[in-house]
Design a protein around this ligand. Sequence first.
Ligand SMILES: C[S@@+](CC[C@H](N)C(=O)[O-])C[C@H]1O[C@@H](n2cnc3c(N)ncnc32)[C@H](O)[C@@H]1O
Length: 215
Amino acid sequence: MNLTREILATEEINNTSHILDVGCGTGQTAAFLATHYKANVTGLDINPIMVEKAQYRMEQDQLGVEIIQGSIEKCPIENEKFDLIISESVLAFVNATSAMDEIFRLLKKGGRFIANELTINHELDAPDKEEIKKFYGFDSFLAEEEWLSLLEKTGFKNIYVHKPQYSLQENNTITEFRYSDSIEPKLFMVMMQHFINMYEYDGTIDYRIYSCTKE
Ligand SMILES: C[S@@+](CC[C@H](N)C(=O)[O-])C[C@H]1O[C@@H](n2cnc3c(N)ncnc32)[C@H](O)[C@@H]1O
């Protein structure tokens, strides 16, 4: 959340802004945007459990944030609705080309897109790459130049990239978890393997902040 606050601090956001949080998860960023800026916020997530948790958060905090279940690859929202779209750790899991086309369609002219997304610093060996892609279900496992090229091809302008000071491994320690009451035991093993991966691939699997405008 510290990084999210930092990224958003340089954007022009106020109570007239319409914002979409793509892959909103439990709704932490969406809630922050609604509380701190009084913005009109929509959260979109494909996973029904995440949608339920985000809706619960908005009800508890009495925030008028709409949470929609759907995919950013083909999204059930009308054209040019948003001034700002944010995605945090989402696009690696989806077909990034389809998702970016949708994000472009959903933005108003002059609208901003900010993505905090997984980025590889250098190519992995083919078997390691396949293993990681399979483990996480990654569709788009891209390097910085590939993300930038995709943004440009989609039609975005004023494209900037920022490499934060802290690695994924260092930043992961401050993640907020909202555990479900019952979790399948095998999922704890998945979580353990995730922490091992983060340690093993520290310096290779990284992230960047991309920002751009639809003119
Ligand atoms: C790593 S989590 C990030 C959640 C949140 N953005 C955050 O930073 O805490 C990725 C989220 O993307 C969602 N997601 C995956 N594929 C999606 C899709 N096609 N459309 C919308 N959301 C998707 C997942 O359900 C999950 O909640």
